[in-house]
Write a protein that binds this ligand. Structure first.
Ligand code: GDP
Ligand code: GDP
Length: 467
């Protein structure tokens, strides 16, 4: 599970500065979902190879009333959902009453809390941070978020247990990959003839496909989950869970195994829950990270919102495959439907590789076809393609449409091979390939997409100079 790190502290201690540094260029998902505070921000970040989710909780200063109190409650909820809390204080301001209130609250939580003194640049930090021991939270980590000082080592410490698990998993994966590579080498040796070799294969065809149904509150996730499961399977899984845990429900259809990652809390159907209670951004983001394929549900009647785009962005950044389901397609006038389709084309043009389904989860219309796109997206992302086939496709593309001249010399593509899967990565070697214009890169990408029928997943192409 992708760990969640919450940034907590009074206003002005540097939480946003740290958040921005950790998430860099990646899009932050700003949670202004109905019923949730506007002030929480979610982003993806990395230490080394490890991805984590970072949540900026907005400020609490301990003296809130009215609307501010509501916001403080939201911060508290974010703390509850986090695996690790970074409690920021301002080294220059010293200990304030607000810090004491927050520390009091944090000490009562069963949470790993790291006390972080920010803004230690340009002051004699060692002589001032000692005061913060009175907060009773142990060691004090010194950083300067604005300059990045101390940030990396802080995160390494805070996420140590997760990094260790990741390392163990990586060791296991490497073993699998090696095994597979060996097999592939054998194949190449045995069947050097391009016509006879197995050029495309699906090594994971027997594994269940994990898919997550995600979207804003009330778009119809629970209704869709029930539809996809078949009405009466759900009740069986009446398991207890916290707000942030998704439930994993195995199912089978047309001899393919699936696991639905249920973010909507279908199991709680018997009770009446407010959208706010059942909708958790952290849960949604973790489900995306853990899925092979993400079904993003959009409400046809609301059009595409910024939150839909954020969820889409998060999915693409995570490299997950995607299928888009435009729900509540029932009972709409023809001209409204046309309008919605135009809007989708305009705003979702950048994910033209994703299948879009117009469905009614309520009536079941179009729901069956979603499974076909899930399979297609999964297979596209995990399919193995041989070096010879990738190179042949590259040559065909080059024959159809020559690369341009750069500084008087024609760019030459020599050969291509796979550089990874899920999402697929293709590495092309050649002369001056780094200088290829973006338009030609896009052309190559589309050529691969069409020839290999890759849908539902991004493709990355890297270019390498020379042999
Ligand atoms: P937030 O309200 O906790 O999100 O705080 P901000 O990130 O908005 O930061 C508040 C102020 O502190 C801004 O003016 C920042 O530029 C400044 N600040 C943040 N980090 C540092 C730091 O490491 N050193 C210094 N000197 N100033 C900082
Ligand atoms: P969730 O919060 O995303 O899980 O949304 P729900 O599945 O709880 O659905 C929210 C509301 O939308 C409920 O009143 C559903 O009956 C309604 N709804 C869900 N799917 C459809 C649909 O395809 N058409 C129509 N007209 N209403 C739907």
């Amino acid at each position: 599970m992708t760990p969640v790190v919450a940034l907590v502290g009074r206003p002005n201690v540097g939480k946003s500065t740290l958040f921005n540094r950790l998430t860099r260029s990646r899009d932050a998902l700003v949670a202004d979902f109905p019923g949730l505070t506007r002030d929480r921000k979610y982003g993806q970040a990395k230490v080394g190879e490890m991805e984590f989710i970072v949540v900026d909780t907005g400020g609490i200063d301990g003296s809130e009333e009215g609307i501010e109190l509501k916001m403080a409650e939201q911060s508290l909820l974010a703390i509850e959902e986090a695996d690790v809390v970074l409690f920021l204080v301002d080294a220059r301001a010293g200990v304030t009453p607000g810090d004491i209130v927050i520390a009091h609250h944090l000490r009562r939580q069963q949470k790993k809390v790291f006390l972080v003194a920010n803004k230690t640049d340009g002051i004699d930090a060692d002589s001032v941070v000692g005061d913060f021991y009175e907060l009773g939270l142990g060691d004090i980590y010194q950083i300067a978020a604005a300059h990045g000082r101390g940030v990396h080592s802080l995160l390494e410490q805070a996420l140590t247990p997760y990094l260790e698990v990741l390392q163990q998993q990586a060791d296991g994966d490497d073993a699998d990959a090696d095994e597979w590579d060996d097999e592939w080498d054998d194949l190449d040796e045995l069947e050097p003839d391009e016509e006879e070799g197995e050029e495309v294969s699906q090594p994971f065809a027997d594994l269940p496909i994990k898919f997550a149904i995600v979207g804003r509150p009330n778009v119809g996730k629970s209704t869709l989950t029930n539809r996809m499961l078949g009405e009466d399977r759900v009740i069986v899984f009446d398991l207890p869970g916290t707000t942030r845990d998704s439930i994993y429900i195995p199912m089978e259809r047309d001899e393919q195994q699936y696991v639905i990652i249920d973010t909507a809390g279908v199991r709680k159907k018997k009770k009446v829950y407010e959208a706010v209670e059942k909708f958790s951004v952290v849960k949604t983001l973790q489900a995306i990270e853990d899925a092979n394929v993400v079904i993003l549900v959009i409400d046809a009647r609301d059009g595409i919102s910024d939150q839909d785009l954020s969820l889409l962005g998060f999915t693409l950044h995570s490299g997950r495959s995607i299928v888009i389901a435009v729900n509540k397609w029932d009972g709409l006038d023809q001209d409204v439907k046309e309008q919605i389709k135009l809007d989708l084309e305009r705003r979702l043009g950048f994910v033209d590789f994703a299948r879009i389904h117009f469905i009614s989860a309520l009536h079941g219309t179009g729901v069956g076809h979603l499974f076909e796109s899930i399979q297609e997206a999964y297979q596209s992302a995990t399919r193995r393609v041989s070096t010879s086939l990738l190179t042949r496709i590259m040559q065909m593309a080059q024959d159809d449409h020559q690369p341009p001249l750069v500084r008087g010399r024609r760019v030459k593509l020599k050969y291509a091979h796979a550089g990874g899967y899920n999402p697929p990565r293709i590495i092309i070697h050649g002369n001056q390939v780094k200088d290829l214009p973006d338009s030609y890169k896009r052309y190559l990408m589309n050529y691969y997409r069409k020839s290999l029928k890759i849908m539902g997943t991004p493709i990355h192409i890297d270019f390498q100079e020379g042999e």
